[in-house]
Design a protein around this ligand. Sequence first.
Ligand code: NAP
Length: 288
Amino acid sequence: MVAGPRMAHSRVMVATTSGRVALITGASAGIGLATAERLAALGWTVVGASRRGTGHPPAWTGLVMDVDDDGSVERGVASVVTEHGRIDALVACAGWGLAGAVEQTPVSDAKAQLETNFFGVARAVRAALPPMRRQGGGRVVLVSSLAGVIGIPFQAYYSASKFAMEGYGEALAYEVANFGIHVTLVQPGNIRTEFTKSRRDVEVVLAEEDSSDPYAESVEKAVGIMERDEQGGAAPETVAATIEKVLHARRPPRRVSVGKLDERAGTFAKRLLPYRVFERAARSSLGV
Ligand SMILES: NC(=O)c1ccc[n+]([C@@H]2O[C@H](COP(=O)([O-])OP(=O)(O)OC[C@H]3O[C@@H](n4cnc5c(N)ncnc54)[C@H](OP(=O)(O)O)[C@@H]3O)[C@@H](O)[C@H]2O)c1
């Protein structure tokens, strides 16, 4: 292998990061898995949590932890502190997507979406803050989404979970700054992972008054475009590289987007353009 600038950089990082402990939720697949591999290669001690609990010993260890469950998260985080004595970084990556029209989504499905994508993050953060505070600092990376900046039609509750995370993360950052704890929201665009396959579809129950599903065609078109874009999206390793940068930065950013440039440009366009102009331009890429 040619030792280019990247390799030289890696060798430096091994020396400076060895012994730092990272807990990554959602590490059995996709972005979490790529991040676990990357940090472990740089000398971090990595514990990767998921319901499957798969790891890659001896490089990094897996932990069975369901972020939907209070006890599971409390036990999981406590086990990391018992085993390694500290948590320098929490990377909250566990999540999945829900597709369907708002009108047809039962609140129980919406709650399940928020349970993992929002409250799952809140559980992990709440358990990780006390050890971070007592050890004098730490890094919290919340894996949000461009869908936390731009509402995605027919994935409204997925968007809602990420918009919630954005507000929560921003508020949290103020609260913990005095303890040396830094919070960063990482906003990926479309990324090629198991996310597409894991997406859950709302089960449509037609009202007696409706002879056919009024949303069927629109949902299929919009979600189809989304799935195609995800599968043609950036590699999860690009997000892992951004997370690594955040963890090693002297002054980590509050927010950072990652992925294809045209997708990331949407967040700037939304900020700068009048909303009618932005929404007209966004419609075709959102499939509506
Ligand atoms: N892929 C994209 O295009 C994209 C874009 C923007 C943001 N994101 C965000 O990136 C994060 C990671 O997604 P990904 O693309 O890497 O998807 P992925 O390949 O499907 O990985 C999702 C991970 O979350 C874990 N997970 C799901 N529910 C869990 C639970 N209740 N408790 C613990 N772990 C759970 C899964 O493990 P188990 O099944 O083993 O539990 C898996 O390790 C998500 O928050 C997602 O919203 C993804």
